[in-house]
Each structure stands twice: as structure tokens, then as C-alpha cells.
Write a protein that binds this ligand. Structure first.
Ligand code: GCB
Length: 611
């Protein structure tokens, strides 16, 4: 009994381990890109997994055979297969199935994808991983008819070792992606955004030496030193030489891994180091080496911390002039395919158009394309996991899912200087089970990354015109964040907003992580009191809310809701919304609404000031 208790305790106290390789900076490794033409077939009854008599999904199921054995009918006139993937229509991946056909617009369920590609049997001493940038929500992956693994969670990367299954010549990948979620999932089924089921980020085949650098984290500590942590994966990971070099800055730092394949080291930062900031987003090539493996990354170095109610970037107070956004490209029919050009277009609107220095990447981990672009363009980033609204706080499996998504996000992006805030939740109602759940996530963040700030978007309490933050979680966070919609979801006259008084329970910085109002681009109402959904209403709402914000002495940043109109199935006003949340400052096609210049002007005024 005591032994069992100790084991349970040890499991709780042990630092997180990664049974699966994480392949940090995988997008920088040479790879065979498998994006492009894939066959697809819808499977609303999940027949391909189990068939109408039920049964276990996998190779033994007859229906599963249907999905992979597509040439069998040609070979055998008596064979019967009702899936024929190789003759199914072709689409371009990555990109959600929303764009495959009109009838897929609101489909939530299972879709099969398949493609063939040429490869070589891996050379001895190498491993090959099949990596997906993301698939929403559950993915079951098969190579040459054999299961290689599954993944849950729509926004983080995963990779499977396929060394044993790859063969010379033609190979076949089949993926079953299921977008359906239950109340136990993260996020739960009801959100205020489009699900975008499917394979939404790149698919690659990555070859590495048998023992390789799986994780390499480098950052500037608040102590002025550069810290490095490397973890090798493979049979030779223990007691092995490793090194790290920043060619532009000087000497190689090297050492040997411990029995677990880990190596940590610190070095005083060179005085030639140019710190990364939105004004000077300097990135350095960093080269990690061990044996035959070389892993390159592009990394910026900066510090982020708080002092009282201020946020300090590189030791100096900074006011976060930001805006929130979803992962959705510009255009009338987005499919959540974020190319570097799509990421650049959106982030440039923030940086240059709005005079911003900050973006909240809501409400889930965005593509690594986006976070790398933020590094390059110079935007501070809030990164979050989809712990959104009503999560099943009581269920340990739900917590484990949230932890896994958090871990995958942080480990993927720990080298991104742009990211300054990890957020663990959005608008979650206070309660014991919720508090315990979120505290576990906060502890997880701190174990994985002690160099950034932890936050969560909280709800405020209103008594008359007094707004307060009545949430025990503020004690656990570095930065408080509040979503506030007075004047939009309430019927307060906009002119009254300035009279709202904000009270803080603690001496910490506050960010208004959301405020916003819908407006349909092109709908004008120049009346003395403009109607909701007009550009004039939204502009006035921004004027008044910004004036209110200017009076909050502990405010350290803003990320209003939001840059661009985005698809949301719960926004069906037939005239103004038509399936889109219209709180964007630009329309889905990029037309700037009046409020855009209101915010741009406020940020121009605030640029250079710390408040
Ligand atoms: C919120 C949510 C966000 C919604 C927004 C809205 O508070 O965090 O996901 O889209 O309000 O438009 O109501």
C-alpha cells in the first residue's frame, strides 16, 4: 500500500518525460514534404473503422481492409470493397475538408485520406519519422496497411517512427481524421469558432540518425546567462558528446549527456548579443550537434518578467499594444491553411497597420509557421491551449489531454523569442474543480518553461460600475487577463464606459485580453446613437473602451477581439453575420473597418510609452 502511494507520489513529482519523440524544430530539418494531392473519402458512420457489426478498429476489421486494399478488386473479380481510395477524389492538403465539397461545410466526423509516395528503405543507423503539423481532432495513421499510431488534439504536432515500415519504391499512407469531440475533450464541442476538421498543417517524412537530438532548448535567462538543455533520443543517447554553437557570437559550448541522454549548460551571454525585441527582431542561427546529427534553429534572445504591475521586456517596461486573432487566412472561403504568405499578411496588418507589438494567438496553438513569422517580424506573442468555457474539470482524462496539448505546444515553441505568455485557459467559471485543474496546468508550464510568464483569460465581476477580478487563480498567475464586453453584450450607453472603475486584488499586471463589438464592413449608421453591427458603433465602442482602459493604472496591455472576422457556426444573424463573428477590425477579405484606425491611432500614441 505504502509502496503504491509512493509510486503515485513519484509519478506526480517526476519531471515530465516524453515517451514519444517530440522532434523540436522539426520544421527546420531536411524532409520529404508530403503535402499536395491526397485522395479523400467521407465516412459518416465510421464504417472503415469497425463495420456495421462493430468490431475492433485496425487491420483485422474487414471494413478497414476496404480503406487500404484498394487494388484488390482489380486483382480478384470476386473481391468486394466499397471504399476505393485510389479512385476517390483528390484534394490539396494541408487544409480543412470544409473546402473539399459544398456538402462538407458543416460535417463533423470521420474522413479518410490516402496518398502514395516514393521513398527508400531507411539506411541502417537512421530513423524515419512521419510528422503531422496538426490534424483536427483525432488522427489514426497507417503506413503500408499497418497502424503507426494515433493522436488526439487538433493543434499540436505529432510524429511516428516508421523506420520499419518504409520500403523501397511506392508507399501508401492512410489517415482517418475525426473532428467529432465530446464534453470530455479539449476544447469541448461548443466553441465560438469553426472546427476546421482535417489535416490542417504540413505532413513530412523526416530522416534522422538512429540517436538524434530530439529536444534542444536555448534561451536567455533573467540572470543574463544563455541556458541550453538538450535531450537525445535513441539507443546511444547516454554519455554522448553534444555541442551548441551560435556562429555569429563565438565559441562552441560542448559536453556529454547523462545516463538519461540529457545535457544542460549555461554560459554568460556575449556582450555582442543583440537582444530580440519588436523594434529589433534579431535572430541568430543556432547549431546543435551530436554525433552525426545536426539540428539548426533560428533563435532570438530576450528576457521577459514582471515588476509590480509592469511587464518588463529586456529589463524595460513595455505596454503590449496587441490584438487577438484566430488561425484563419484572409479570404471568403478559408480552410485554415496557413502559409508563410498568409501569416505574413495577417501579422503585418498588426505590426504596420495597427502600430502593434503584440498578438494574442487565440484560442489554441497556432501553426509553427505563425510563431516563426512573429519571431521574424517582431511581435510579442500570447500562446494558448483550448481550455475554453466549460471543460469537464472533474475528469482526469480531460486533464491529461489538456496537459498533453500544453506540453506539445510548449516543447514545439520554447525557442520562439516572440512568445512571452503561455495562457492556460479562456473564460472558465471559478470553482474548486476548475481551480485545481488550472493549477495543475500552471505548474506544468512552470516545470517546462521558467523563462516566460503564465496567464489565463479570466472573467470579471461587475457591481454597478465597479469591475473587479474575483478569481482565486490570480494568485497563481504572473499576469492577470480579463475579457470584457460592457457595451456590447450589455446595453450600457457607450458614453458610460469611461465611468467604469477597475479594481485589482493584487499587485500584478493586467491585460484586457478581449473587448470588442461586431460590425459588418460597409454597414454605416451615422445616427446620433449608431446601431449595433454598424461600423460607427464599433468605432465608438473602441473609442470609449480605450478611454476606459487608459484610466486603469495597473493595465499592461491590450488584445481586443479581434483582427479579422472569423467563421463561427454560432453566429447566424441573417443580415449581419451569416456564419461569421464580425468583431474583426478587418473583414474576412481584409477591408478595414472604421474602428481599425481608432485602435491604430491609440497604438501610435502609446508607442514608446510604457503605459
Ligand atoms: C469571448 C470569447 C471569444 C468569443 C468572443 C465573442 O469572450 O473568448 O472566443 O469569440 O467572446 O465574440 O463573444
Amino acid at each position: 500500500m505504502i509502496a503504491r502511494l509512493l509510486l503515485v507520489l513519484a509519478l506526480f513529482l517526476a519531471p515530465p518525460t516524453f515517451a514519444q519523440p517530440v522532434l523540436t524544430a522539426a520544421d527546420m530539418r531536411p524532409s520529404q514534404n508530403l503535402d499536395g494531392a491526397w485522395h479523400w473519402s467521407v465516412d459518416p458512420f465510421r464504417d472503415g473503422k469497425a463495420g456495421f457489426h462493430g468490431g475492433v478498429p485496425g487491420e483485422s476489421s474487414r471494413r478497414w481492409g476496404d480503406v487500404v486494399q484498394t487494388d484488390a478488386m482489380e486483382k480478384n473479380p470476386r473481391a468486394l470493397y466499397e471504399f476505393d481510395m485510389q479512385r476517390s477524389p483528390v484534394v490539396h492538403l494541408p487544409g480543412s475538408w470544409i473546402g473539399h465539397a459544398a456538402e462538407m461545410r458543416y460535417y463533423q466526423g470521420l474522413v479518410w485520406y490516402q496518398r502514395t509516395f516514393d521513398a527508400r528503405k531507411p539506411a541502417p543507423g537512421t530513423r524515419v519519422f512521419l510528422r503531422f503539423g496538426a490534424a483536427d481532432y483525432t488522427a489514426d495513421v497507417f503506413l503500408n496497411g499497418k497502424s503507426v499510431g494515433s493522436h488526439k488534439g487538433g493543434f499540436t504536432p505529432f510524429a511516428f517512427d516508421v523506420t520499419e515500415l518504409l520500403r523501397d519504391g511506392s508507399n501508401q499512407i492512410t489517415v482517418g481524421v475525426d473532428s467529432a469531440r465530446t464534453d470530455d475533450d479539449v476544447p469541448p464541442p461548443v466553441t465560438d469558432w469553426e472546427t476546421y476538421g482535417g489535416i490542417t498543417r504540413s505532413i513530412t517524412l523526416i530522416t534522422v540518425p538512429e540517436t538524434f537530438i530530439d529536444d534542444a532548448w536555448i534561451r536567455l535567462g533573467r540572470d543574463g546567462n544563455i541556458h541550453v538543455d538538450i535531450r537525445l533520443f535513441g539507443s546511444q543517447a547516454a554519455n554522448r558528446d553534444v555541442s551548441v554553437r551560435i556562429p555569429a557570437l563565438g565559441p562552441v559550448l560542448s559536453g556529454r549527456t547523462d545516463a538519461e541522454g540529457r545535457w544542460s549548460a549555461s554560459i554568460t551571454a556575449s556582450n555582442r548579443l543583440k537582444r530580440w525585441s519588436p523594434e529589433t527582431p534579431t535572430l541568430y542561427d543556432v547549431r546543435f550537434e551530436s554525433g552525426a546529427d545536426v539540428l539548426q534553429d533560428r533563435v532570438g534572445f530576450r528576457t521577459i518578467e514582471t515588476r509590480g504591475t509592469q511587464i518588463l521586456l529586456n529589463g524595460k517596461p513595455v505596454f503590449l499594444r496587441g490584438i487577438s486573432m484566430h488561425e484563419e487566412e484572409l479570404g471568403k472561403d478559408p480552410v485554415r491553411a496557413i502559409t508563410p504568405a498568409a501569416a505574413r499578411a495577417l501579422l503585418t496588418e498588426i505590426k504596420q497597420g495597427l502600430n502593434g507589438n503584440f498578438v494574442r494567438l487565440a484560442h489554441y496553438p497556432h501553426s509553427e509557421v505563425m510563431t516563426r513569422m512573429a519571431d521574424e517580424l517582431g511581435l510579442l506573442v500570447w500562446s494558448e491551449v483550448p481550455v475554453y468555457w466549460r471543460v469537464n474539470w472533474q475528469n482526469p482524462a480531460t486533464l491529461a489531454d489538456a496537459q498533453a496539448q500544453l506540453r506539445e505546444n510548449i516543447v514545439r515553441d520554447r525557442n520562439r523569442a516572440s512568445i512571452v505568455l503561455w495562457s492556460v485557459a479562456n473564460e472558465t467559471p471559478v470553482g474548486d474543480a476548475r481551480n485545481a485543474f488550472l493549477r495543475t496546468l500552471i505548474n506544468e508550464v512552470r516545470t517546462l518553461d521558467d523563462s516566460r510568464l503564465v496567464t489565463a483569460a479570466l472573467l470579471s465581476k461587475r457591481e454597478g460600475k465597479v469591475m473587479s477580478i474575483d478569481d482565486p487563480l490570480v494568485a497563481d498567475l504572473d499576469v492577470m487577463a480579463i475579457n470584457t464586453y460592457n457595451g456590447w453584450y450589455s446595453q450600457d450607453p457607450l458614453a458610460d464606459l469611461q465611468g467604469f472603475e477597475w479594481r485589482s486584488p493584487t499587485n500584478k499586471p493586467l491585460i484586457f485580453s478581449e473587448f470588442g463589438a461586431d460590425a459588418q464592413a460597409g454597414y454605416h449608421d451615422a445616427g446620433a446613437e449608431p446601431h449595433k453591427f454598424s461600423e460607427e458603433f464599433q468605432a465608438e465602442y473602441f473609442r470609449q473602451t480605450l478611454a476606459m482602459a487608459a484610466k486603469v493604472p495597473f493595465l499592461a496591455g491590450l488584445s481586443p477581439w479581434l483582427l479579422k472576422d472569423f467563421r463561427s457556426p454560432r453566429r447566424q444573424h441573417p443580415v449581419f453575420q451569416q456564419g461569421w463573428n464580425r468583431k474583426g477590425l478587418i473583414s474576412e477579405t481584409g477591408a478595414r473597418k472604421q474602428a481599425f484606425s481608432v485602435l491604430a491611432e491609440e497604438y501610435r500614441r502609446r508607442a514608446g510609452s510604457t503605459r
